[in-house]
Design a protein around this ligand. Structure first.
Ligand code: HEM
Length: 124
């Protein structure tokens, strides 16, 4: 009788461990599918502009530029630019790749700052 009880207990313990493992696996796969959904939303929320759209934002108080087919709103950065306002204002409404690469092509800090200003991509 005692032997029977201990066998039952062992089976129950086994079942408990098995359900814990199944629960763990299920949790992980739901985290995975959440991550997939997020990625899908990010690519869906990407905004596309034409170079003509960019050209309409050509003044200091509303300043967009294109760099390597990506669109940046430089407006909040103009007053913060360590190299002065003038060099940035010159890029408002135009494709700024040449000026940016010539000055900052190899500068990781400038590339980082630029990334924080991204608002979309060019799709003509
Ligand atoms: C359009 C986006 C631009 C961003 C986000 C940007 C960002 C920056 C940053 C982060 C610095 C400090 C660099 C450091 O200390 O390592 C800097 C400095 C400077 N930038 Fe820019 N910049 C931009 C465009 C330009 C352009 C088009 C020019 C000139 C053609 C220019 C001229 C300068 C100058 C003269 C400095 C002073 C320090 C140095 O010579 O590196 N920048 N910029």
């Amino acid at each position: 009788m005692k032997k029977d009880t201990s066998t039952i207990l062992k089976v129950l313990l086994g079942l408990l461990v098995l359900s814990a493992i199944i629960l763990l696996i299920n949790n992980n796969s739901s985290v995975d599918s959440n991550a997939k959904n997020e990625t899908a939303n990010i690519s869906e929320s990407l905004t596309f502009y034409t170079q003509e759209d960019v050209a309409t934002h050509k003044i200091e108080s509303d300043c967009w530029t294109t760099i390597a087919d990506e669109v940046y709103n430089l407006t909040p950065y103009i007053k913060m630019h360590p190299g002065g306002e003038g060099s940035i204002v010159r890029l408002c409404g135009i494709d700024g790749i040449e000026a940016f690469s010539a000055k900052h092509g190899e500068n990781p800090r400038a590339k980082d700052e630029l990334l924080s200003l991204k608002i979309g991509e060019i799709k003509n």
